[in-house]
Design a protein around this ligand. Structure first.
Ligand SMILES: [Zn+2]
Length: 337
């Protein structure tokens, strides 16, 4: 066994057998932001067989405080995150085949991109993609590791189809739009990212080497010094996804509709379900990020060169881009879902 892996081969949980298994495994990391970069680095250094990174975004200066693979040079050049990460990861361990794909994961391409994986790592920033991933993972019986952080709080757990509850056993539907803080409105600090990614990548190593992994839920607040490990959620007996095997997100039924408004440098978004937005609460959350104006009918936010107009039924227009992937990214950053 190569000297490179000698310390983890000495570790009982992995050993020579585990190391050999790692070399045969293919991992897909969805989202190459804070959690995605840290997880990818750990797994590439550990010597997995191949690692695919999928991300729709570009490196920006505001990422550097916590997205550990990226440099000021990447931000200056505005490189796609998947490509910048691929370049850095390829210099860390030449045993591992690393590939970056600049793509917005959707029900139309998830099968083609993620089909041949042994494990998925959740590095996404939105529930729409997580519910889609959950559908795909349950359908194909591939495990995935959920992870999320905002502020100084983070949560992570492993989802193993047919062994543990799935995401829809936890949350029947994605949370109401605009109801949760996002890193772009409430901020996030690097230590919580590393704590959550540590839990995720340890769970990944256990699954990859032993095909076993505890089913606990890890929660941490690095600012309040609180750590909790609680037993995983039981199955929801009528879970649409893992019990009834209806894959609404994978079939594209539960999908927002994005329409390019040609000549207006804008994209209109029709949410998958009509809903009533709480402008007062949303404006309180967004006022630190940009200029916010609202009345009974609509709300306008000027942020980072974009203007987001939100109507009370959830319809929205993002000005400042005609690129649908960019509009989706702006929407999930500031409004969330
Ligand atoms: Zn379920």
């Amino acid at each position: 066994m190569a000297e490179k892996y000698s310390r983890q081969v000495l570790f009982n949980g992995i050993g020579k057998r585990g190391q050999e298994l790692l070399r045969t495994r293919r991992i897909v990391v969805l989202g190459c932001g804070a959690l995605g970069t840290v997880n990818a680095e750990v797994l590439v250094r550990a010597g997995v067989g191949s690692l695919l990174l999928v991300d729709r975004d570009f490196v920006e200066e505001s990422n550097l405080q916590r997205q550990s693979l990226f440099s000021e040079e990447h931000a200056r050049r505005g490189l796609p995150k998947a490509i910048a990460a691929q370049q850095v990861l390829s210099t860390l361990n030449s045993d591992v085949k690393v590939e970056g794909i600049v793509e917005d994961i959707s029900f139309e391409n998830i099968e083609q991109i993620c089909g041949a994986a042994d494990l998925f790592i959740d590095g996404t920033d939105n529930f729409e993609t997580r519910f889609l991933l959950n559908d795909f993972a349950v359908k194909t019986a591939i495990p995935w590791i959920y992870g999320a952080c905002v502020g100084s709080y983070g949560i992570a757990f492993a989802i193993r189809p047919a062994v543990t509850a799935c995401l829809r056993c936890w949350l029947e539907d994605p949370p109401a739009r605009g109801s949760l803080a996002t890193c772009d409105t409430a901020g996030v600090i690097a230590p919580v990212v590393h704590a959550v990614a540590a839990f995720q990548s340890a769970a990944a190593l256990k699954l990859l080497c032993q095909s076993e992994c505890p089913t606990n839920v890890f929660q941490i607040d690095v600012w309040k010094d609180s750590v909790r490990m609680t037993p995983g959620q039981p199955y929801r007996p009528d879970c649409l996804c893992c019990v009834q095997r209806t894959f609404e997100f994978l079939e594209g039924k539960e999908k927002d509709r994005f329409v390019r408004l040609c000549g207006r440098n804008a994209v209109q978004i029709y949410p998958r379900r009509q809903q009533t937005l709480d402008f007062k609460e949303l404006s309180r959350r967004l006022e630190k990020s940009g200029k916010v104006l609202y009345n009974d009918f609509m709300m306008k936010i000027d942020v980072n060169g974009y203007e987001i107009a939100l109507f009370c039924n959830g319809r929205s227009i993002i000005r400042g881009t005609e690129d649908i992937a960019e509009a989706r990214a702006v929407y999930s950053r500031y409004i969330g879902n």
